[in-house]
Write a protein that binds this ligand. Sequence first.
Ligand code: CA
Length: 237
Amino acid sequence: MMNSTPCKILIVEDDPGIRMFLKTTLSTNGCEPLVAATGREALEMITSHCPDCVLLDLGLPDMDGTEIIKNVRAWSKIPIVVISARGSEEDKARALDLGADDYLVKPFGAIELMARIRTAIRHTVTVVDNDGIALNGLCRVGELTIDYRKHRVFLSGRDTGLTPNEFRIVALLGKHSGQVVTYKAILRELWGPYATHDNKILRVHMANIRRKIEPNPDEPTFIFTEVGVGYRMADCD
Ligand code: CA
């Protein structure tokens, strides 16, 4: 998938049906799937096999998946993509704030799965110099260009006139393009660790940003809302 060496992906899932779907999809896409059905097994396999990415179901028979995230994040940046049930926004946000890289909501398709894994691995590989690249360069998503040097965002070459705070939000989402960024992470990044976790202010900013950058603010094409969790910018070109 990433290069000629097959990617090792650990599947942590107790549902045999989903496990089989994941295993088949990964093999078909040139990855080497490893499988764990319990949290204990997962922790053992993560330390012994050092997979390139972990697909993690949060509802495991012997422990909560978030325990695995906490444990792994204490010593490793290995990409973790959470597999979650629909409607558990709080769990998703919590998993992301604990250090998971992204999540997939069941049911999902093969294309979505492979895209999430690719993005999660890419961000981990470039995390060291991501700031450097971003601060000196551009992020292009279709007709939208984030210019990190000029602190401007252009739509089809025209300055969109974002305020400094609006720019900071778009710049942050651009650095994590393709990945969801939680409300908490945005507030913390913009206004520091003691910022009040009031999502209302973000929603106001986002409405203004969309009016300026989206051809149709009601049907966003650059920044998507992940209900109850945060925002996701479309993948950079
Ligand atoms: Ca489960």
